[in-house]
Design a protein around this ligand. Structure first.
Ligand SMILES: [Zn+2]
Length: 272
């Protein structure tokens, strides 16, 4: 892989889950009511993605690690395997397949950027143990993720990240020129979004679970079933809205199948 002359982002669809839409969108449209007490539920595709970022300095960064192949074993003790089965993933999608397609090993990544430590985002983070890769996340996320004893706390599975050397940030931080981590807490203790300032494509902001889908962004912002801190979440959405308006950024939502189908993805389809 040769060194790019411009900042380059390659979106890599990883595993695809299914879930009830109500987990993602607390929407009156989907709630039962007196006139319609038995409401049709939506069992929707919930895709995940990683982003490979190649920097003109020669550094490589990876945003998110997606879902693990052995999700059923690892997620069953949490009860979440029943609600978020990774049952629509093709062989070429798993993160190890994606890295192989790019001719990369985990240790070739200089910076691993983790939006948060939920099981469908940090599920493969252990591949980076002792690789020399700098793993970066929010300090509040690190604290929260180690604040419990036992196997899991909701979507945080301790063994996904236990024992890794973690570097944390406590304010919005430009990691390399054009690559900035934005603090957008609320979904979890310290969820991060990623801002990329690209030469041809303009600003792209990868929101991870700060925003699952376009409908979450609104306006008005519509929160999800899984939000740790509602007040912080609303503030984070408005922070993203302000940034989006200021930079005319493209927002890439964390789990939107509709949007992922419209974006260029995979090897040879990068954004610069
Ligand atoms: Zn999450």
């Amino acid at each position: 892989m040769s060194r790019p002359t411009k900042l380059t982002a390659t979106i890599l669809p990883t595993g695809v889950m299914h879930a009830d839409l109500n987990w993602l969108l607390t929407s009156p449209m989907h709630m039962a009511s007196r006139s319609e007490p038995v409401k049709q539920r939506d069992w929707v595709e919930v895709p995940t993605h990683s982003v490979l970022i190649e920097h003109p300095s020669g550094k490589k960064l990876l945003w998110e690690t997606g879902v693990p192949r052995d999700w059923e074993d690892r997620w069953s003790p949490t009860g979440l395997a029943e609600f978020f089965p990774v049952d629509a993933t093709t062989e070429d999608m798993w993160l190890d397949s994606r890295l192989a397609q790019l001719g990369l090993e985990p240790g070739d990544i200089d910076y691993l950027l983790l939006s948060h430590l939920h099981l469908d985002h940090a599920g493969n983070a252990q591949w980076w143990r002792d690789t020399g890769t700098t793993i970066i996340l929010d300090e509040e996320e690190r604290k929260g993720a180690f604040s419990f004893d036992g196997y899991n706390l909701g979507g945080h599975i301790r063994s996904d990240y236990d024992g890794l050397e973690l570097t944390t940030i406590s304010e919005d931080t430009e990691i390399l020129p054009g690559v900035t981590l934005i603090r957008t807490p609320g979904h979890t203790f310290g969820t991060l979004s990623l801002r990329l300032d690209l030469e041809d494509s303009g600003t792209m902001i990868f929101t991870s679970d700060a925003l699952y889908r376009k409908e979450s962004f609104g306006p008005p912002a519509i929160q999800a079933g899984l939000v740790y801190d509602t007040v912080a979440w609303f503030a984070s959405v408005e922070k993203l809205r302000g940034l989006q308006e200021k930079t005319d950024a493209t927002l890439v939502f964390g789990h939107s199948g509709e949007q992922l189908n419209e974006l260029r993805t995979g090897l040879g389809n990068s954004y610069t």
